[in-house]
Design a protein around this ligand. Structure first.
Ligand SMILES: [Zn+2]
Ligand SMILES: [Zn+2]
Length: 268
């Protein structure tokens, strides 16, 4: 098989993996949402359809660089990914995970701030903020330009920072779960992760919800470090109001009020 064909197949395979991973993870947390807050996504079907299409387009943009690098890792010894757990001291395993999360968080914070410049926002980031309120399906709902800025991070880091293949799997799992849960519209994690001394440094749904409400604050991905350092941390969002609105939408829907909602949308 020619090298070009092998690389294309690897990119296609990775696109499928990223797309299916998205559908399974977002689907599972959307089901959890339905069980816990049955009305939360009432009346949001058109928005959710949009979130899914943008996310699947992003899956291809994430899949191609990841697939190329995965091929090079397997066939040409590219990257610093290692499989022998003793190739580095064991204490390096958790450190490597933290290094990856911190590097990704740093990249995300600064590119996200840039995305809020008026021109970049209008061209690209408005797609992500069209989710009002976001749902579990919004995890990868990005314009292709924004998806590209996210897609290159891990494929670049694997050339720079050594990581065990299992630790890399953990990083990707954390990335996927936080991407979904941060947009879910309610807090699934225990209180210590978003309140108190630990929560003061971690980002979960309560923190990212406020970004979707107020825009010019809370730009981080995993940690509140950059937001706090740069004075852009605006505390935690409150789900009470969005939950009240969802109950109102559900009640309007139950009364056959879809026409009302259509009118409200046109007025907005
Ligand atoms: Zn978001
Ligand atoms: Zn934003």
């Amino acid at each position: 098989m020619s090298i070009v064909l092998a690389i294309i197949l690897s990119a296609v395979a990775m696109t499928l993996i990223v797309g299916v991973r998205y559908l399974i993870t977002s689907g599972a947390f959307a089901m959890a949402t339905r069980a816990r807050h049955p009305a939360l996504y009432a009346g949001l079907d058109p928005q959710i359809r949009r979130e899914i299409w943008w996310s699947l387009a992003s899956a291809a943009i994430y899949g191609v660089p990841a697939g190329i690098v995965a091929w090079g890792w397997q066939n040409r010894g590219w990257t610093q990914i290692y499989e022998d757990v003793h190739a580095y001291p064991l204490w390096y395993l958790p450190l490597s995970v933290l290094l990856y999360l911190f590097a990704h968080d740093t990249w995300f914070y600064w590119t996200h701030r840039w995305m809020h410049e008026p021109r970049a926002f209008r061209i690209a980031h408005a797609v992500h903020h069209a989710s009002r309120p976001p749902t579990a399906w919004a995890a990868m709902a990005f314009h292709p330009i924004e998806a590209l800025t996210g897609a290159v991070v891990i494929p670049l880091l694997v050339f720079l920072i050594p990581i065990h293949v299992g630790a890399l799997g953990l990083v990707l799992t954390i990335m996927t779960v936080m991407g979904v849960t941060n947009h879910m519209g309610w807090e699934i994690f225990p209180r210590f992760m978003w309140k108190g001394p630990v929560g003061a440094w971690l980002i979960t749904a309560s923190h990212h919800q406020r970004h979707h409400e107020r825009y010019g604050c809370n730009y981080g991905l995993y940690f509140r470090f950059w937001d706090r350092l740069c004075g852009t941390d605006d505390g935690l969002g409150d789900f009470t109001r969005s939950h009240e609105r969802s109950r109102a939408r559900a009640a309007a829907g139950a009364r056959g009020g879809n026409a009302d909602r259509g009118g409200a949308d046109r007025a907005a």
